[in-house]
Design a protein around this ligand. Structure first.
Ligand SMILES: Cc1cc2nc3c(=O)[nH]c(=O)nc-3n(C[C@H](O)[C@H](O)[C@H](O)COP(=O)(O)O)c2cc1C
Length: 177
């Protein structure tokens, strides 16, 4: 079984980021979950939405050691769709019955896949993920960024995708032994 899963949040499934994370997903042989197919509502202090799709999705995600979050960069930040998902991690911090689930995030590795119209991912965007992973006790594993200023051109990203996939993929050093 693959030891990674990808969560995609964006405003269009087959846009630049959707295509990029699908490519990564194919290379790694992992599932890409589209948040648009889930009913996950914004964080609620009274947890009135506790029965939506967030807890079942997180229960699935916690089966994996590596979690890839994929989002376009919208206004120096994550997409609203992915931000809603991240905000809901607070459910694990303040609902007693869920705290044991939240603790299972500790030690997992988080990665980011993103696109924008700049040469590099904005520092503020990447730092928000690094800080969030750290707060949750996770390790930051690295990111893949594609500049889509002139459109989506896979040839431009092939080397970066290859490098990223090698970072995420478990070492196969011993497979021939
Ligand atoms: C609402 C919105 C905000 C954006 N903000 C930024 C930004 O802050 N920095 C940037 O480089 N590109 C920005 N862009 C461009 C997108 O990041 C870029 O076109 C991206 O590849 C879109 O991915 P998608 O097709 O998956 O939505 C923005 C685009 C939109 C629609």
């Amino acid at each position: 079984m693959a030891d990674a899963i990808a969560i995609f949040g964006g405003a269009r499934r087959n846009g630049n980021t959707g295509k990029l994370i699908d490519w990564v997903g194919r290379e790694l042989g992992i599932e890409v979950v589209d948040l648009a197919e889930k009913q996950i509502s914004p964080y609620n202090y009274e947890h009135k939405n506790i029965d939506d799709d967030f807890i079942p999705l997180m229960s699935q995600v916690l089966n994996y050691n590596k979690i890839i979050l994929a989002s376009p960069i919208y206004w120096y930040a994550a997409s609203a769709q992915l931000k809603v998902f991240i905000d809901r991690a607070s459910d694990f911090l303040d609902v007693d019955d869920l705290k044991h689930i939240g603790r299972k995030l500790r030690g997992k590795v988080g990665y980011v896949v993103c696109t924008s119209i700049n040469n590099e991912a904005d520092r503020s965007f990447i730092n928000s993920f690094k800080d969030t992973f750290k707060y949750l006790g996770m390790t930051y594993g690295g990111h893949l960024h594609a500049n889509c200023k002139d459109g989506y051109f896979p040839d431009n990203y092939a080397e970066d995708v290859d490098r990223f996939v090698k970072i995420v993929r478990p070492s196969d050093l011993f497979t021939n032994v």
